[in-house]
Design a protein around this ligand. Structure first.
Ligand code: G1P
Length: 275
């Protein structure tokens, strides 16, 4: 089963300016936990303890977050505040973290190809931290793993969205294979509403087989002149098999201010209920 998970995190986060002028969007807190930490917890809970992060200029805070801060640890040792570090300490203890930089911005496909050096020749997960997901019982990545375990091919998570939203996503054309699983016939990156093959939108969770790297190398630039993972997956689907899993759970689009605020309210209310 995949033990590595790739986190593309080189984007500029322009939708959150000025907050992201000097701070990576991945460390913006949803309540009191950086966005990317939710994703890393999801990866670890799905058995992926090798965390590979694609970073870029101005992203060092991500590396510092997943590292020990001796001064801070020393200051709060033995105080009630120690509890507040329990979750991040667990990640630091149980995961390995490796980083590589994406020096030019060339799209999600390009970011994933940049991660080849970290991932090697194994199936791997991809989490886009912007999509903060909560599973109904199992997390979304655990649901994808269950599909991968059975079919051993690339799997993407999909969600039914309003037709007027499809232009923001990769959209699939699929045939139902099982209760919530589709065989993908084709997929298109950010189509206009009237050209979308369905309203099943890809959200930021993938399991990819390693042949995707060779496919990415021969995938021509797509939408916005960028190398799109959707186009590479379309080739993989045509030449072999790619499945979509309509996950059970809820996603917050934390790449937008509205989604970020919704996620914040959700996690804040959860915490209030527990108190
Ligand atoms: C990327 C992918 C797109 C996918 C989306 C999910 O787009 O290219 O296919 O639907 O993530 O969040 P982005 O949001 O990075 O523009």
């Amino acid at each position: 089963m995949p033990t590595k998970c790739l986190f593309p995190a080189a984007g500029y986060g322009t939708r959150f300016l000025p907050a992201t002028k000097a701070m990576p969007k991945e460390v913006l807190p949803v309540v009191d936990k950086p966005l990317i930490q939710y994703g890393v917890e999801e990866a670890l809970d799905a058995g992926m303890r090798h965390i590979s992060i694609i970073t870029g200029r101005g992203k060092r805070a991500i590396e510092d977050h997943f590292d020990t801060s001796y001064e801070l640890e020393d200051q709060i040792e033995g105080t009630s505040k120690e509890d507040r570090l329990a979750d991040i300490r667990r990640l630091i203890d149980e995961c390995t973290f490796s980083y590589t930089r994406q020096v030019t911005m060339g799209g999600l496909g390009h970011a994933i190809l940049t991660g080849e050096i970290l991932v090697g020749h194994e199936p791997f997960g991809v989490i886009l931290a912007d999509d903060l997901c909560i599973g109904e019982t199992d997390s979304v990545m655990q649901q994808l793993i269950a599909v991968y375990r059975k079919y051993r091919c690339s799997v993407v998570a999909v969600e039914a969205v309003d037709p007027d939203q499809v232009h923001k996503y990769g959209v699939i054309d699929g045939r139902q294979l099982d209760a919530n699983i589709f065989t993908i016939d084709s997929m298109v990156e950010k189509p206009p509403a009237d050209e979308a093959p369905s309203n099943l939108a890809i959200i930021g969770r993938y399991i990819l087989t390693p042949d995707i790297f060779d496919i990415l190398r021969r995938t021509p630039p797509g939408k916005n002149g960028e190398l799109q993972i959707t186009d590479a997956l379309q080739i993989q689907a045509r030449e072999g098999m790619v499945l979509a899993c309509q996950f059970k759970g809820r996603r917050f689009d934390c790449g937008s201010v509205d989604g970020f605020v919704e996620a914040t309210n959700h996690f804040y209310n959860l915490r209030r209920e527990k108190q």
